[in-house]
Design a protein around this ligand. Structure first.
Ligand code: UTP
Length: 441
């Protein structure tokens, strides 16, 4: 039995296609595994049920340990830490044509997210006197564009040796009847398979082996759309070493019961994440006698993962999650149609489904230090809120290094301030903020 036996419509227009498109379509049909297609169809009829024994996460760590920070600094300086940036999503809510990392986000220099993170990594590399390893996970939709963007900008000053890219996988979409369909004349509709396969694709790209041989032991995983995510967080890594678990999750205290954040829970002896849409409203809003939310911790998708855990998990089959989405397609005239109503099922795997397969601890950070996501054009989690949060972050950073109150005018710090060298610390102690919008060290 082959895919075209169960989906014969895929070959309906075959004979009218130009040769080149015929061969592209053949390749695509070959690449779709019949078993995977069947799993997608099964997932369409599955009702995801929340495990009934879920309970609030009562035991978690809190950031603020100088000792663990020092342990982490030593690990980073020894080259034992790498960073993976997830940048393969479709960014549909942002309505941005390019890869999300190309979106300009800083107030005065208008740096893209890719540049902003590159600057941070360059600054950290300078502080630790080591070209810290970083890899960017792209998707088939934005891989070429992302690599070109970096090349055109001379890798934003990063050493091309320290920077790598790998591509996540795709999964086909299904129509309302559960069939594969075309989104252009000869292309079966498909999209990125979610961030759940991040470890799997990293492992099989060959990069895991390279980093392992280099001596990397811990991987900091961050999202491209949260510029407050620290690519090399010494306290996270230091605590991870002390705790000895497979994964250390960097979370925050939930404040607004309606906030659209995954909720960290415990099911028996394991940490899990429940999507906000899956947790019953009564639990989302439940409070303790002191007013705190009963389910206290929110997930930011920031993790430190042990390199050895990648090997353990490399062949584990993770569950599929489905969502009914508005998928754009090319009509018969080759014109792109962007429907406003959902028209197709998209399938994804989520990274947090690896949790039950390992030992997991959670550490809670102050929200303003680590979380300001870019999700949409306006309102919450928009460029406006991200720029506001970055400005606050820069004000606090300036205060920390100078000991002085920052002036009320807005300014943008060069990211070297986030990873200050000893010379910088000496220079800036008690130093008033100079004139200008962009402050160099
Ligand atoms: P989101 O779930 O917010 O998706 O991903 P998105 O693609 O950025 O935006 P929408 O939902 O289409 O509007 C959170 C992060 O996970 C990465 C994204 O790049 C983003 O940094 N991601 C998501 C991947 O790397 N691959 C995926 O398949 C999905």
């Amino acid at each position: 039995m082959t895919l075209t036996d169960v989906q014969p419509q895929l070959l309906e227009n075959w004979s009218s296609l130009p040769k080149e498109e015929q061969s592209q379509l053949t390749q695509q049909i070959r690449a779709i595994d019949l078993e995977i297609f069947k799993k997608l169809q099964d997932a369409l009829h599955e009702e995801k049920k929340l495990h009934e024994d879920y309970a609030p996460l009562k035991k978690y760590l809190t950031s603020g340990s100088d000792e663990n920070t020092q342990v982490g600094k030593d690990l980073i300086a020894q080259g034992k830490v790498g960073c993976i940036i997830m940048a393969g999503g479709m960014g549909t809510r942002l309505h941005f044509e390019g890869s999300k990392g190309m979106f300009p986000i800083t107030q005065f220099r208008q740096k893209s997210l890719f540049q902003y993170f590159s600057d941070r990594i360059r600054a950290a590399s300078k502080m630790y006197q080591k070209d810290l390893p970083v890899t960017i996970m792209t998707s088939s939709l934005n891989d070429k564009q992302t690599r070109k963007f970096f090349k055109d900008h001379e890798y934003f000053g990063l050493n091309p040796e320290q920077l790598s890219f790998y591509v996540q996988g795709d999964l086909p979409f299904l129509d309302q009847q559960g069939n594969l369909f075309f989104d252009s004349q000869a292309h079966i509709a498909e999209g990125p398979d979610g961030n759940g396969e991040l470890l799997h694709h990293f492992y099989h790209s060959g990069l895991w082996k390279r980093w392992k041989e280099q001596g990397v032991e811990y991987v900091n995983i961050i999202l491209i759309d949260n510029p407050l995510a620290d690519p090399f967080d010494p306290e996270l890594v230091g605590t991870h070493k002390q705790e000895q678990c497979d994964i250390l999750v960097k979370g925050i205290k939930r404040e607004d019961p309606k906030e659209k954040l995954g909720v960290l829970v415990r099911i028996h002896d394991k940490v899990h994440i429940v999507e906000y849409s899956e947790l019953p409203e009564k639990d989302m809003e439940a409070t303790l006698s002191n007013g705190d939310l009963k389910f206290p911790c929110g997930n930011l998708s920031l993790f430190s993962v042990k390199m050895d855990f990648f090997e353990k998990i490399k062949s584990t089959d993770l569950p599929l999650h489905k969502a009914f989405k508005a998928l754009s397609y090319l009509d018969v005239n080759g014109k792109r149609v962007k429907p406003t109503e959902p028209n197709a099922w998209k399938f994804e795997k989520f990274i947090f489904d690896i949790f039950p397969h390992g030992t997991v601890e959670v550490m809670v950070y102050p929200r303003e230090e680590c979380f300001s996501p870019l999700k949409r054009r306006e309102g919450a989690d928009s460029p406006e809120t991200v720029m506001r949060d970055l400005q606050e972050f820069d004000r606090r950073t300036y205060h920390a290094i100078s000991g002085l109150e920052p002036p009320s005018r807005p300014f943008e710090l060069d990211p070297q301030f986030y990873y200050p060298t000893e010379d910088m610390r000496k220079k800036w102690e008690g130093k008033a903020l100079p004139e200008g919008d962009y402050i160099l060290p």
